[in-house]
Write a protein that binds this ligand. Sequence first.
Ligand code: NAG
Ligand code: NAG
Ligand code: NAG
Ligand code: NAG
Ligand code: NAG
Length: 567
Amino acid sequence: MNYMAITVLWAVLLFFAAVANGVQTTKQPYRTAYHFQPPKNWMNDPNGPLYYKGVYHLFYQYNPYSAIWGNMTWGHSISHDLVNWIHLEHALNPTDPYELGGCYSGSVTVLPGGRPVIFYTGADDQNFQSQNLAFPKDPSDPYLKEWVKSPNNPVIAATDGDIDPSNFRDPTTAWQASDGTWQVLIGGKIDGRGIAFRYHSNDFVKWTRSEKPFHSSTRTGMWECPDFYPVSIDSKDGVENYLKKEDTKFVLKASFLDHDHYVLGFYKTETNEFEVDITDFMEDNTDWRYDYGSKFYASKTFFDGEKKRRILWAWILEANGRENDKKKGWSGLQSLPREVWLSTSGKQLIQWPIQEIESLRKGKVAIHAQELESGSFVEVGGITAAQADVEVSFELTNLEDAEEMEPSWNDPQLICAQKNAAEEGKFGPFGLRVLASNNSTEETVVFFRVFKNHTRHIVLMCNDLSRSSLSKVVDKTSFGAFVDIDPLQEKISLRTLIDHSIVESFGGEGKACITARVYPILAIDKEAKMFVFNKGNLSIKMSKLNAWSMKEAKIVPFVKRRKSGHD
Ligand SMILES: *[C@@H]1O[C@H](CO)[C@@H](O)[C@H](O)[C@H]1NC(C)=O
Ligand SMILES: *[C@@H]1O[C@H](CO)[C@@H](O)[C@H](O)[C@H]1NC(C)=O
Ligand SMILES: *[C@@H]1O[C@H](CO)[C@@H](O)[C@H](O)[C@H]1NC(C)=O
Ligand SMILES: *[C@@H]1O[C@H](CO)[C@@H](O)[C@H](O)[C@H]1NC(C)=O
Ligand SMILES: *[C@@H]1O[C@H](CO)[C@@H](O)[C@H](O)[C@H]1NC(C)=O
């Protein structure tokens, strides 16, 4: 069954890819080549990602009518490798009174026996948000093409006690507690306090709110798209079972203030309480975010039973204004799917693009290890620099010469803004200049600085966007993160994936991630260049650089085959 599904899917994909290649329209400079995008219009949150009968499914918030938010439906695409995709018809359209304002975000849960169910938010014409269910019409169909809404909808009404009905949405994947009852979290807000409400049910139909919220914070405002899942403390493998105890920790993620923040803790299965390691979100030095850019939002994970890993998807916003979105005719990408696991320190999560992405690499270019003197600039030539994947690592000696950190330097983004890529230091800036025009009038710079903080060394990773585009309307905020590595013991590594208007960077083997959207005017397509550089006044060693051009992923529409006879 599984084998059949994959084979058929692949054949269909290759066929329509061939068709699509023949009718390619004029290429826009900002459209991506290997990130997931629908052919046109507005897309936001990933919804209910799932591996089912040999097929990966991605649902997503989609407006079928325009490139601005509205009329939300669930778009639906399928894949056998999470790289190449076929678009199917929408899984959910707003048809019933409780969802006439839109079918908002939600998740998929696989019920015992293997039947999937979509748990999603419906907004009515007053934007009152209730929680609803939909089931596959034919669970034996690996493509899950048609979904039927439950006659019991809404299963959780918008008006439940003191809940603010306009801020009550995005159910998580549900799980079973040790007594067998179903548990689900829903994002919300009461009196300005961000909350993950917990509901429980015996039959998945009748749901009751638990007295205490699962977790909440006064600092955050509304929590959108909560996600809650186990991670192994001693392995990169993903965990599916919420009841495993000894070797498992839990992640609670909430989306607020433009970022996806998470806390780690333990889940007590007997009482359904979540014991957080730290007291609150955004504690000093423990404000863990999936991504330190500001365009990675509303993410969701799923357990991939085929490869025993947990995969993270997120919505990547545009940054060049609504008018440009309308002109382009589209808005929004999905991030590259990232594998996510707990670091060996147990303090934070590690993220890395799924291995399948590497199947798009071609034409490897390697630059041999060398000393980068102060002021060096080496071009990474021979690749399509606007559509590329690059890995580089650096080694530092004489670290006692590093600059002392000032006590007030605790906000990495602020340090990166003050000490941008043009500001010469001792160790740093060094790193990559990507999407750079001939004379670097335009360039997006991903770089490091290394400081001394008493007896420790601090590695700062920055993404300077101030010169990323000559356009005036583009958001060019710079980003920064501390990378938890010891440069005395470890190399400082960077992997950056460039795809025309997106730059996704992974520092310290996935310990700090920064995603940026950029809209160069000069440095597009063949005009784009890439350099490795050192502008610090101490020399450093580049121990390795490998770069690849990236092939285009096949992301194609599904064309209905006409049935013979009646239709
Ligand atoms: C929503 O759809 C209706 C047509 O059904 C259309 O008139 C309206 O402009 C759409 N709104 C948005 C924001 O796309
Ligand atoms: C090296 O950088 C530091 C800034 O940290 C500066 O004070 C110093 O003058 C620089 N030295 C040289 C030789 O440029
Ligand atoms: C950039 O430089 C290359 C080689 O020097 C040249 O072929 C190309 O036309 C230049 N592009 C622009 C936009 O000046
Ligand atoms: C860099 O090149 C662009 C066009 O390719 C040009 O407009 C600009 O003046 C150049 N800047 C410098 C400093 O040469
Ligand atoms: C630098 O060290 C001080 C004192 O130990 C500490 O409070 C501060 O958080 C450190 N800074 C960073 C960025 O780690």
